[in-house]
Design a protein around this ligand. Structure first.
Ligand code: ATP
Ligand code: MG
Length: 193
């Protein structure tokens, strides 16, 4: 499951858990993006913060892991590279790529979509406010419990002094506070190198 994870929230975790159960997956690999090409670089938190929040959020689940492939690869992140790198480290694995309805719609508009399809089976999950549909027979669509949570809203809440308790895991609430993430005017502290 790829994402900016800025920060990771319970919408991501529920989606991953539901797909893992439905498809009997052995492992869900969360892959924080490097420099997201569709988002403004200045608006995205440093990759190490996003990576560590994802580690904190997934640590208690033995089937959840976090990969550094996208944050360690220089340049913008393309899903095709993510899948190739994951394939290289897990040559025997059958790969699934989990996306929410909004990301699914974007992916379907890409030019190299057929190559993506040859590397992984795509699973699109429902997300409040986005329509989930596809004409393609090789894409699975799945309804998951509706979590009307977005990282954008979490960032907005923190910058406005509103709570993010229960929207993100407790450890992520504490990580955000500890490093002063998303607070307007206050540069985050202790950025890991
Ligand atoms: P932002 O608001 O910064 O774009 P986001 O909440 O959309 O953040 P991303 O990191 O962009 O989170 O999303 C990673 C993946 O998780 C995408 O495939 C996205 O569609 C999916 N996703 C995010 N939130 C939800 C949710 N609440 N329910 C289902 N899928 C979700
Ligand atoms: Mg998003």
């Amino acid at each position: 499951m790829g994402g900016t994870f800025d920060p990771i929230h319970h919408g991501h975790l529920v989606a991953a858990s539901e797909v893992a159960a439905a498809f009997d997956l052995d492992e869900v690999v969360f892959v924080p993006t490097g420099q997201p090409w569709q988002k403004n670089a200045q608006e995205v938190s440093p990759a190490e913060h996003r990576y560590l929040m994802t580690v904190v959020a997934t640590a208690s689940n033995p089937r959840f892991t976090v990969s550094r492939v996208d944050i360690d690869r220089p340049g913008p992140t393309y899903t095709i590279d993510t899948l190739r790198d994951l394939r290289a480290t897990r040559p025997e694995a059958e790969l699934f790529f989990i996306t929410g309805a909004d990301a699914m719609a974007q992916i379907l508009s890409w030019k190299n979509v057929d190559e993506l399809w040859s590397l992984a089976h795509f699973v699109g999950v429902t997300r409040p406010g986005h329509e989930l549909s596809t004409q393609r027979k090789d894409v699975s669509l799945m309804e998951v419990p509706a979590m009307s949570i977005s990282s954008t809203d979490c960032r907005r809440r923190v910058s406005g002094g509103e709570p993010v308790w229960y929207l993100v895991p407790d450890g992520v609430v504490q990580y955000i506070a500890k490093h002063g993430l998303y607070r307007k005017g206050a540069p985050e502290t202790g950025t890991p190198v």
